[in-house]
Design a protein around this ligand. Structure first.
Ligand code: AMP
Ligand code: MN
Ligand code: MN
Length: 325
């Protein structure tokens, strides 16, 4: 699916009518969340808008090199925009403490997103599940609006595209996306530096966490999974959210059709990261547990102990891996 010119015109009409614009992305932000947030933020500033960028969690260290990263706000206090644009967020709750602003009847909200699970919470929903990333959609928006790229904007957007496609390795990479990446490089985005600093890099502490988690890795009926108990994370001294995406490594195992990592980041609930090979669908499994995401990359936060959550989720993953494709 592509977003029609008419819809982009409507987007630019609403942006044009607003002076103060708040851009908000999802909590526990990934490279696409931050790249689309900062890229669109810079572009709107260039056309004279008063822009604030916001995220429930701080910008992760590996994205701090991006222009504007130090200006991202973490609190909604005192924010009263004419227009709010939610990026890479399938529903208001994904933005954490900014959900209240999104749900406020006084604020016009636009949703710019590529999640098929997007709930359509905006006044206008620019949702394209075929887009590789929300950053690609921001690039479409800029091109539809006739806005020029510069090195800063291009660096943010290429970072979002590179991280959501794991450096152009996902099945939604199209010739058109590669041409867009070429245009971003022409505008000055440093592809090698972006890849080397993001998808091709993990910290030593993440490697140690993975090595612990991999002691218990299991492969059954096409499903590969590992668990990260709270005590394991604490013993290693790993306090941040996420884990640098062990689930990608698991899915690279040739025998695996579906991969899962079950992480306990807080007592009482488990973060479930799911990945599938093309032909299988983990978004449907994530949805069963109140989560969401994409067909091949999804997640959910499930209340319960690790053992309980694994016992509930695993049968659905095995059923998915058994599907004839
Ligand atoms: P992750 O494994 O954390 O990279 O998540 C993969 C995808 O699943 C993300 O792009 C999100 O869209 C979605 N996702 C992850 N966690 C959740 C959650 N708790 N609720 C809804 N969607 C989620
Ligand atoms: Mn994201
Ligand atoms: Mn994304």
């Amino acid at each position: 699916m592509r977003i029609r010119k008419q819809i982009w015109d409507e987007f630019w009409r609403l942006v044009g009518a607003a002076d103060r614009i708040a851009l908000v992305t999802h909590k526990a932000p990934d490279g696409d969340a931050i790249g689309s947030l900062l890229g669109l933020g810079l572009a709107l500033k260039r056309i004279g808008k008063r822009v604030i960028t916001a995220c429930h969690d701080p910008v992760p260290d590996k994205f701090r090199f991006l222009p504007g990263a130090s200006e991202v706000l973490q609190s909604p206090d005192g924010i009263a925009p004419d227009l709010l644009i939610a990026l890479d967020s399938s529903e208001p709750a994904r933005t954490g403490r900014f959900a209240g602003l999104i749900n406020s009847p006084e604020i016009d909200v636009l949703s710019l997103d590529h999640h098929p699970t997007n709930t359509g919470f905006g006044l206008l929903n620019l949702v394209d599940p075929d887009a590789s990333s929300t950053s690609e959609l921001v690039m479409d928006a800029l091109e539809a609006g006739g806005l020029a790229l510069d090195e800063s904007i291009a660096t943010c957007l290429l970072t979002g595209i590179v991280t959501d496609t794991q450096a152009f390795r996902t099945p939604n990479v199209t010739p058109s996306l590669l041409l867009k990446a070429g245009r971003l490089m022409n505008a000055g985005a440093p592809l090698y530096k972006i890849i080397a600093g993001t998808v091709a890099s993990i910290s030593y502490i993440v490697l140690r966490l993975w090595s612990e988690a991999l002691r218990g890795v299991r492969l059954e009926d096409g499903v590969i999974w590992a668990v990260e108990p709270l005590e394991m994370r604490k013993a290693i001294g790993y306090e941040e959210p996420g884990d640098g995406h062990l689930v990608h490594l698991l899915l690279s195992v040739a025998e695996a059709k579906v991969a899962a990592v079950f992480r306990m980041e807080r007592a009482g609930e488990v973060e479930v990261s799911l990945r599938a090979r093309p032909g299988y669908n983990v978004a449907s499994v994530a949805r069963e547990f109140g989560g969401g995401g994409h067909i091949l990359a999804a997640g959910a936060t499930v209340p319960g102990s690790l053992d309980e959550v694994v016992a509930r989720v695993l049968p659905l993953l095995k059923a998915e891996a058994r599907r004839e494709i």
